[in-house]
Structures are given as C-alpha cells and as structure tokens.
Design a protein around this ligand. Structure first.
Ligand SMILES: Nc1ncnc2c1ncn2[C@@H]1O[C@H](COP(=O)(O)OP(=O)(O)OP(=O)(O)O)[C@@H](O)[C@H]1O
Ligand SMILES: [Mg+2]
Length: 413
C-alpha cells in the first residue's frame, strides 16, 4: 500500500486519518467518521490499490441504495482515470450493474436494498458505504458468506447511527476481535473541511445531530425508546417449558419495503413471553395470508391484532375470511395510535414484564427504534436510517392485546 500511495502521490494524497485506514492490514476494517471526513474517497483509493497488485480480484461496492453505491463507483473510475490507467485496458459497464474490469480484476457496485439478490455471489473484498444504514442481515447473511470461500476482506464505513450493528462491529475492532480493526474520527480531521463550515452546521442542527454527524458519536441514548439495559434485562436463555396464559398475536403486514412480521406473546401485561417472532418470506398477498394463518392456527385460542392501515386493511379482511373462528382485529395506524402502541411496548420493557430468547434481528430493530421530535413539535417513533421496524411493530401489536393480568396464571417451568 505504501508504494501505491507513493506512486499516486502526484494526483492523490490521503490525509493522515485516511493513511492510517489504508495501511491497516486487518481482514475486516470499520471506519466510523463524521460527514465529509473523506470516507468514500479513502475507500475508492483502497479499491484502486487492489487493482494494481496481486492475482485477479473481485471487489463488491455496496450501499443502502444503488445511487449511493454509484457515488463510490464513480470515485473509483475517476481515480483510475486520474492515475492514467484508463488507456483502454479497462472496460466500464453500466448494465446490469455498474462494473469495471481492469486487467483481470473486477469491481461491481450493487444496492444493499434487496439482500436476497446478492446471495450466491463471491468476492475478495466487500466494501459497504453507509454501513450503519443497511440492514444487519445484509452483512451477516449475504455479504459475509461471499467472503468465506475467498478469505476476503470486509470494509464497513459510515457515520454512526446509534448503538446498532455498525457500533457492534466497531466495538469488535476496538477489542481486536474476529480480525476486526476500527477507527473513529471527526469530520475536522479532513483538512478540506473548514472550521467555518463546521461552525455553520453547528448553529443549524441540534447538538445531538452535530455530535453524530460531525463528531462521529455513537451515543444516542436520549433518543432511544427502549434502552439497551432494558433489552438485556428482557433477554433470557430459555423460556419456561410450559408457558400458560393467553396468547396474543401481532401481525405487521409488509407495506412498501418492509417485511411481514408475526409476533406471538403469551401471558399478560404482568409478565409476557415472546414465544415466536418471525418474518414471513416475501410473496403475494395470498401467500402472506396463508403463512400468517398457519402460524395463528398453531396457537388455539389466540387473539390476533393486525396492522389494518392502507393496504393492510384488505389483507386483514382476507385473514379473517381464512380464520373464521379466530378473533382477528385490525389496528389503524396514525400518529396518535402509533404513539399509544409503542409507548405500551416500551412500558412493558420498563417494568421488566417481557422476556424473549436472544434474537439478533429483533434486538437490532429495538436498538434502532427511536423517538424523534419533528419540526412541528410532535414526537414520531421510527426506525432510524433504513433499519426495519416490522418485528418491533408486530411485537407492539401483540403487546397491545395482552390481558391486564393472566386469568390462567403462568406456571414457571
Ligand atoms: N485525500 C483527499 N484528497 C482530495 N480530496 C479529498 C480527499 N479526501 C476527501 N476529499 C474531498 O473531501 C470531500 C469529502 O470526501 P468524501 O465524499 O469522500 O467524504 P465522506 O466522508 O464520504 O462524506 P459523506 O459523509 O458526505 O458521504 C470530497 O469533496 C472529496 O473529494
Ligand atoms: Mg461518503
């Protein structure tokens, strides 16, 4: 890397923070830096360096959307052009995905939006730009397996987004676990970011936003609705062998891009156990109804509360038709009802009245779920970034329908 940096010094020089990142030899690198620090730029240099050495490699550039992945891709081709490697030896394609071939090496840009479409691919180096804003499963279930056969590298770069998966990978790097290296740095480390620009930003946005966006702060506790401490307290290795009590099922239908999720709680508002919490594989509405119905039928006597907002309304009707003997209610989401629902769930966590087995997807959704004050002063509950909230909403629906106290009692196993 040192010799590559010397070779291109006439056209591109890293700032000291970028240099540290580029020289880090760890297999997995996590870079948590403020806006405009030069994250994308540093990654482009890293990708180009790989094209200049070693056996033919395949590098994959991923971001939450294809447009974001294209920004990194363009920086790669711009840098290649600048250092004079665009002498007909490489071929840039735009379809089906932006890709460039260079002396047997290839670089492909993909969107992280549909993790399933990335499965089965292989790569020597995967770079995820804005990694705190892609779903955790994209990294663990789609990207990691791509590197398994090649002993390849993983690079995650982003501004922080609360204590989510990106933070956990960052912490692994701080502890030097799992081949991870990590570094955190504020925007001001880039000498091209002027103090005046930072002052102007500071005056315009909240102190919390400034800390996250320009100082790369992970701390976001004030906004977190369900604290890490309460999540940890709710987590148990095993549920009782026999949970008795009423069963309340919440179903959040997939609206535009989320999944359909089903949560099954047993017990009461005094103490409830999450006995099942799943995403239903994507499919037609008919498939979703059949799959959700199959889950409900495993719990005789259960009550069901479904999201019946917009598209959810006719789907809830179909579920009712499918399950004529089950009480299926609809729940109409609006700002106020959503508030009641989510507060109810937060309150269960607060009172330590809920238990669940470790479930990384649910935990990262709970982590990402935050309360945000909108410009009009209203409080909005939402999953930050592109994180999903389908499991949380299914859980909140199930919690809403729990009886105040168990009439049957819960026998602890
Ligand atoms: N080593 C460098 N040499 C020249 N320009 C640089 C260098 N590093 C960063 N820049 C410039 O600084 C600006 C910010 O860089 P870049 O877009 O890579 O930052 P970023 O951290 O990815 O920002 P964002 O958070 O907005 O995505 C860009 O205009 C980029 O061209
Ligand atoms: Mg960037």
């Amino acid at each position: 890397m040192e010799s590559f940096l010397n070779q291109i010094a006439a056209v591109w020089r890293p700032h000291p923070g970028q240099r540290q990142f580029l020289l880090a030899e760890a297999t997995n690198r996590v870079l948590a830096c403020g806006r405009r620090w030069g994250k994308t730029e540093a990654c482009a240099a890293d990708v180009v360096a790989r094209l200049q050495r070693g056996p033919p490699s395949r590098q994959l550039l991923v971001a939450p959307t294809l447009a974001q992945a294209q920004i990194l891709f363009r920086r790669v081709t711009d840098l290649l052009a600048k250092i004079g490697c665009m002498l007909g030896k490489n071929e840039v394609r735009r379809t089906p995905f932006p890709s460039v071939e260079f002396e047997g090496h290839s670089v492909v840009a993909r969107s992280g939006h549909h993790p399933d479409s990335l499965r089965g691919d292989e790569a020597d180096h995967v770079i995820v730009d804005e990694a705190a804003f892609v779903p955790e499963e994209l990294i663990t279930e789609s990207l990691w397996p791509m590197l398994a056969t090649t002993a390849g590298r993983l690079t995650l770069i982003s501004t922080p987004n609360g204590l989510n998966h990106f933070w956990r990978f960052f912490e692994m790097g701080q502890r030097g676990e799992g081949g991870f290296w990590s570094r955190r740095a504020p925007s001001r480390e880039n000498p091209r970011v002027s103090p005046e620009f930072l002052e102007a930003q500071k005056a315009q946005i909240s102190a919390r936003s400034f800390a996250t966006e320009y100082e790369a702060s992970f701390a976001d506790a004030a906004n977190v609705l369900i604290s890490q401490e309460n999540i940890d307290r709710a987590k148990v290795a095993q549920l009782p062998d026999e949970v008795r009590g009423e069963t309340s099922i919440g179903i959040d239908w997939a609206q535009t891009q989320d999944h359909t999720a089903v949560a099954v709680l047993q017990g009461s508002r005094d103490l409830a156990y999450l006995v099942e919490c799943t995403r239903v594989p994507r499919g037609t509405w008919q498939d979703l109804v059949l799959r959700a119905a199959a889950i409900v039928l495993r719990y005789p006597g259960a009550r069901v509360l479904c999201d019946s907002t917009g598209l959810g309304n006719p789907v809830t009707d179909r579920l009712r038709e499918r399950l004529p003997n089950v009480p299926v209610q609809g729940f109409d989401f609006n700002a106020r009802s959503r508030w009641t629902l989510v507060e109810g769930l937060a309150e269960l966590f607060e009172r330590a009245a809920i238990r669940f087995r470790p479930n990384p997807t649910l935990e990262s959704e709970l982590n990402a779920f935050s309360a945000r004050r909108t410009d009009s002063g209203a409080i909005r509950y939402e999953a930050r970034g592109t994180a999903h909230d389908d499991l949380v909403m299914a859980l909140a629906l199930a919690a809403h329908n729990l009886p105040a106290e168990s009439r049957l009692g819960i026998r602890l196993g």
